[in-house]
Structures are given as structure tokens and as C-alpha cells.
Design a protein around this ligand. Structure first.
Ligand SMILES: [Zn+2]
Length: 389
């Protein structure tokens, strides 16, 4: 769908304004009822910022879904596990965050009332002496409210995810890594039209993905790409996430380059799932930190740090997931490096080293830049488990 943007008019704009008014982001007033005016744009930006979405002041498909979900406040309706269309909304997310804080296993606070959420609610109900039907009606809601916000030490989801990784041991052999080259098909991503340095983001990240595939496969990893070099159409992010889930990925890495009107913008940034108010995938956060530090150390790209986002790509994936923006195609400096295949190999080595470090126990982790990636391959050939000594 075409994004709804400043200057637009009509019933869709009226609806957007109504939701934003309900969230106290927009003052209620009779003027400009169905016009996407400057106040509406400001409110949309504030909303996007608060949800960790890309802040562009327009309402595209992802912002629209977030607005639609934001109508629901916890307690306004009964929540239950519906099939085949599960209930989604801000109220579901609040419930999940509350349960996570109390140590119940809902997986990730993804705002979808699935089987796992329903099971966690049933467990809560059992422990509170309620009928464990897995749905959240007035009685369960009342019990939750009476308990108030009980803050527990540590982050249960984090502990669970890191347990799974620790139990798997430090070897990379047999793991499944899904690599997601961004864009593709009708969507080239960032395009720099000039001269011999012309690369589209879609082509460049596919090249990186293939190199990464080769390196990881040589280290004994099962690798899947979410798309080929020239797909017919561009796969939406939600479908890329679902693909990674259905492939049972242990790690998900999405590759992008950035772009900006200012040619001086440059550097690498990495994103992981998080709401910005305490709920985060800490294994995702750790992977993002490792990827970011290894890339900065091995390539010298400017450090634009790691950031928490609730993008569908990161929210719907059920494994540690990161999105890396490996430099700005619009920066002459970054572009000059990215077109050099040796530089791209260094980038890929940095990512392989980061994935390997994910599987070292934290107390046995090694300094950034110290893993010799070619040794991984030699060790696999010799049948040894790297890092398992
Ligand atoms: Zn991109």
C-alpha cells in the first residue's frame, strides 16, 4: 500500500487521527478532522519513536498495523488464544510484558496471543487458584492488577535464551543460520546512480550474503538465505521472519546498507529487538554488540552503535536476530570501501567471528578481533570442535 502522508485527506486520515488522539499524542479538535496536517505528522513521528519504528512521519503498512494494535488497552476486552487468526494488540503486549516480568515463559513480547502466551496465562491461573483456561478475562485481569507490578531480578527471557545457547555448547557445527539480504525484486533499496561505483543496496547485500554463506558453511554451519540474487518480488519483513522461524534458525542476520541525503553520514549500526523500556531480547542484544564490535575493529567503519527496535523482522523472529547496516552507500568513503571485494571479505569475517563468539560461554569469551576465522575452517576439516578445548 502507498504510505498515507502529509497533505493527504480522507477517512483513513480521520481514523489515524482518532487513534493518535486516543493515545494523547494529538489534541482533540474539530479543525482538520480528515487532513494529514503538520500536527498529525508530529504525532505520527512521536508514535513511531515510542514504538521503535522507523521515524518518517508517514503511515505505511508497518505503522498502520502498529496504530491498529495500539487501540487496545489491557482490560478493555477478554484475551484468548484464537485460531486461526490470533488476537494481536497493545493489550496483548502489556499482558506479555507483565507475565515476563513475573517470570512466566511467553517467549517474546510480540503482541500476538499465541499458544505460548495462552500456556503462560494458564500456569499463572493455576498458581493463583483460578480456573486454568488460558484466557484472560475480568477475573484473571483483576488478579493481575491486585499483584501490581512485581519487579524481579534479572530478565527471565534472557536467562532462558542464554540457557538454550549454553546447553548447545561452543561448536558451530550443525547450527542453522538464516541470512537475510534486504530488499530485492522490485525494491533495490538504496541506489547511488553515479558512475562506475554504481551498486544497489539489494545487489551489494546479496553479494555479502553469499560470501557469508560460504564462510559459515565452511565452518560446518547450515546456512539458508531468504532470497536469491534476482527475486521476482520483494518479500515483506514479516514473511522473512516467519521463514527463519519455519527453518528452525539458531541465529538470524539481516544485511542492509544505509543511505542519507547528507553524503557525510557514514558508519555501521546494528539493531536488535527491544522496546526501549526494559523489555529486550538480551541474546539479540549480545549478538548485536558482538557483530558491531567485530565489524568496527576489523574494518574501521565508523561506530554508529547498537539500537533496540521493535521492527517486525526483529519482533517476530524467535531466535537471536540482528539487522546490520554495514555502512552508507551514499557516503563516498563507505561506498569506496564497500565496492572493494577484499573489504567485503573482512566484513564477512567479522560477522563469522561474532557468530562464533555467541557460542563461547561469556566467561571464556575472547577479545574482539582475535578470532582467526580461517582456523575455524581448518578445525572443522580436522574434525575438532573449535573453542571446546
Ligand atoms: Zn535497507
Amino acid at each position: 500500500m502507498r504510505p498515507i502522508r502529509p497533505g493527504d485527506r480522507g477517512p483513513a486520515v480521520r481514523e489515524i487521527r482518532a487513534v493518535l488522539t486516543g493515545l494523547d499524542l494529538l489534541a482533540a479538535g474539530p479543525s482538520a478532522g480528515d487532513e494529514f496536517d503538520a500536527d498529525t505528522e508530529r504525532a505520527v513521528r512521536a508514535f513511531q519513536q515510542s514504538r521503535g519504528l522507523s521515524v518518517d512521519g508517514r503511515v505505511g503498512a508497518e505503522t498502520w498495523r502498529a496504530l491498529d494494535a495500539a487501540r487496545w488497552r489491557l482490560g478493555a476486552r477478554t484475551l484468548y488464544h484464537a485460531v486461526p487468526e490470533p488476537l494481536t494488540g497493545e493489550d496483548v503486549r502489556s499482558l506479555q510484558e507483565r507475565l515476563l516480568e513475573m517470570g512466566y515463559d511467553v517467549g517474546r513480547a510480540d503482541a500476538v496471543y499465541g499458544v505460548r502466551t495462552s500456556r503462560a496465562v494458564a500456569q499463572f491461573q493455576r498458581e493463583m487458584g483460578l480456573k486454568p483456561d488460558g484466557s484472560c478475562g475480568p477475573q484473571t485481569m483483576g488478579t493481575l492488577r491486585r499483584l501490581g507490578r512485581k519487579v524481579v531480578g534479572g530478565r527471565p527471557q534472557w536467562l532462558r535464551e542464554s540457557d538454550a545457547i549454553r546447553q548447545a555448547g561452543p561448536t558451530l557445527v550443525g547450527r542453522t543460520v538464516v541470512i537475510d539480504p534486504g530488499h530485492g525484486g522490485t525494491d533495490p533499496g538504496v541506489v547511488v546512480p553515479d558512475g562506475p561505483l554504481r551498486w544497489t543496496e539489494a545487489d551489494l547485500v546479496h553479494d555479502l550474503a553469499s560470501r557469508l554463506e560460504g564462510r559459515l558453511a565452511a565452518a560446518g554451519v547450515r546456512v539458508q538465505l531468504t532470497r536469491g540474487p534476482t527475486p521476482q518480488s520483494c518479500l515483506p519483513d514479516a514473511e522473512r521472519a516467519q521463514l527463519a522461524n519455519s527453518l528452525g534458525a539458531d541465529v538470524f542476520i539481516s544485511l542492509h546498507t544505509d543511505g542519507h541525503a547528507n553524503p557525510e553520514a557514514e558508519g555501521v549500526a546494528t539493531y536488535h529487538y527491544g522496546t526501549g523500556n526494559g523489555v529486550t531480547s538480551a541474546t539479540g542484544e549480545r549478538l548485536a554488540g558482538l557483530v558491531q564490535r567485530e565489524i568496527v575493529a576489523r574494518t574501521g567503519l565508523r561506530d554508529c552503535r547498537t539500537h533496540a527496535k521493535t521492527w517486525e523482522l526483529l519482533r517476530l523472529t524467535r531466535m537471536p536476530a540482528v539487522r546490520v547496516e554495514v555502512g552508507y552507500l551514499t557516503s563516498p568513503t563507505d561506498r569506496g570501501r564497500l565496492v572493494d571485494p577484499r573489504f567485503r571479505d573482512r566484513l564477512v569475517e567479522a560477522i563469522v567471528a561474532a557468530v562464533q563468539r555467541m557460542y563461547f560461554p561469556i566467561e571464556r569469551d575472547v577479545p574482539t578481533g582475535s578470532i582467526d576465522v580461517s582456523a575455524l575452517r581448518a578445525a572443522v576439516a580436522a574434525g575438532r570442535r573449535v573453542g571446546a578445548n
